[in-house]
Design a protein around this ligand. Structure first.
Ligand code: ZN
Length: 250
């Protein structure tokens, strides 16, 4: 009888210990819900609630800041609470102090994701092109007008998307797909970027998504994302989710 009680006691203690260990492991491990993301919008009319629903549905904890206020947050203590910055803005104004604060974030390794029309921002700030890895020319570039005539766009087209590498953490598990979205043409892509997704659409540049590094930061640019057609596309959502994980370096 005594032996039976002891065995039961040992079993109960082990079971409780196992529960405690499992609870501790669960508490320690980071998952998608733990990322705190700053979403920067403004300067362009968007289907705002549809866009933000992407992050609600992905269980991403986020705060949205609308430009021009976002440019002031780069130098505030609050910026350190965010794991990832997602740019879905399209603005041109940024002062020298704000540029310095932006570059400082990149030197501390803050992960950044740039979506769609953010490629049009800061036409007069040359360093931005090196950060994002390309440039949409709002007007013909005077220094290189033969190669970089004004960039183009076309709404509401079916875009065939090819995955460059299924081994990359951002595109893992995603097959080639077709998405209803907007294409850009004649935009500049720096040779140093690492292509993630391409298209054969005749009105688009071939590379429509890439990774880049700047300072200590990981950067992702995804050209897709005009409206609810792409916001609601499961492949687009998966690209964003896996980009968050990748730029956060966890
Ligand atoms: Zn658009």
């Amino acid at each position: 009888m005594q032996a039976k009680i002891n065995l039961l006691t040992i079993f109960n203690c082990s079971f409780i210990s196992l529960i405690i260990i499992l609870f501790a492991l669960t508490s320690c491990s980071k998952n998608q819900e733990d990322y705190y993301v700053l979403i920067i919008t403004g300067g362009k009319k968007i289907e705002r609630s549809d866009f933000l629903r992407i992050f609600d549905d992905l269980n991403v904890d986020f705060k949205e800041v609308i430009q021009p206020d976002a440019n002031n947050i780069y130098s505030s203590p609050e910026i350190h609470s965010f794991d990832v910055l997602i740019f879905y803005d399209m603005v041109q104004e940024i002062n020298e102090d704000q540029k310095l604060a932006f570059l400082k974030l990149l030197n501390t390794g803050k992960g950044m994701i740039f979506l769609h029309h953010s490629l049009v921002s800061y036409q007069e700030w040359d360093e931005y092109e090196k950060i994002i890895g390309g440039r949409f020319y709002q007007s013909t570039n005077k220094e290189d007008s033969i190669r970089f005539v004004q960039s183009t766009y076309r709404h509401d087209v079916k875009i065939p998307v090819q995955i460059v590498s299924r081994d990359h953490p951002i595109t893992r598990g995603i097959d080639d797909f077709v998405i209803h979205d907007e294409v850009y043409g004649n935009y500049k892509i720096l040779s140093k970027v690492n292509p993630l997704i391409t298209t054969t659409h005749p009105k688009s540049e071939k590379v429509i998504g890439w990774t880049n590094t700047y300072g200590k930061s990981r950067i992702v640019y995804i050209q897709l994302g005009h409206d609810h057609h792409s916001y609601d596309d499961p492949n687009y959502r998966r690209l964003i989710k896996q980009s968050i994980n990748w730029v956060a370096m966890r």
